[in-house]
Design a protein around this ligand. Structure first.
Ligand code: GDP
Ligand code: MG
Length: 147
């Protein structure tokens, strides 16, 4: 068994290859978690995700939705596989470190919240049918990471 140290060097950070560092506003957080509005944990969840900085990234690849959720693990720390991020590090039902979209439709919706600069709008020239969706090829050197 050995350990290794990984550093993302300044050019990697500068080029956004680790994703985007952001602080969520209550508004963005509520939009992101709109499906949970009204549930008893909603307020705690919004306070949690707005309490500090987050790193947002878009991963692309075969079955990216399922792959990312598998790596994250179940939201219930008891059910999360031990080798998953949540299985290993989750402290309680709220503080579970990571998010990953649960479907490609939700991924598109969520990406427009955190990466509005990638979203086709009337300001940009883009095909009418892509308006309001994410143009994944607009900034290929930005936060997109192939997995
Ligand atoms: P996810 O897609 O696996 O993150 O799970 P959900 O979409 O169901 O829930 C979103 C987030 O709300 C979770 O990641 C938790 O942070 C939080 N959450 C979900 N269910 C509960 C719950 O029963 N109690 C508490 N305290 N938090 C919850
Ligand atoms: Mg979810």
């Amino acid at each position: 068994m050995e350990r290794t140290l990984v550093l993302i060097k300044p050019d990697g950070v500068k080029r956004g290859l680790i994703g985007k560092i952001l602080t969520a506003t209550k508004d963005s957080a509520k939009k992101h978690y709109s499906e949970h509005e009204g549930k008893d944990f909603f307020e705690e969840l919004i306070n949690y995700v707005t309490e500090g900085k987050m790193c947002a990234m878009i991963l692309m690849g075969e079955k990216a939705v399922d792959a990312a959720r598998k790596i994250n693990g179940d939201k219930d720390p008891i059910k999360a596989e031990l080798a998953s991020i949540r299985g290993e590090f989750t402290l309680d039902k709220t503080h579970n470190l990571v998010h990953a979209s649960d479907s490609s439709e939700n991924a598109e919706r969520e990406i427009t919240i955190w990466f509005p600069e990638l979203t086709c709008s009337s300001e940009h020239t883009c095909d009418e049918k892509y308006k309001g969706t994410v143009d994944l090829f607009a900034k290929i050197n930005g936060p997109l990471i192939n997995v």
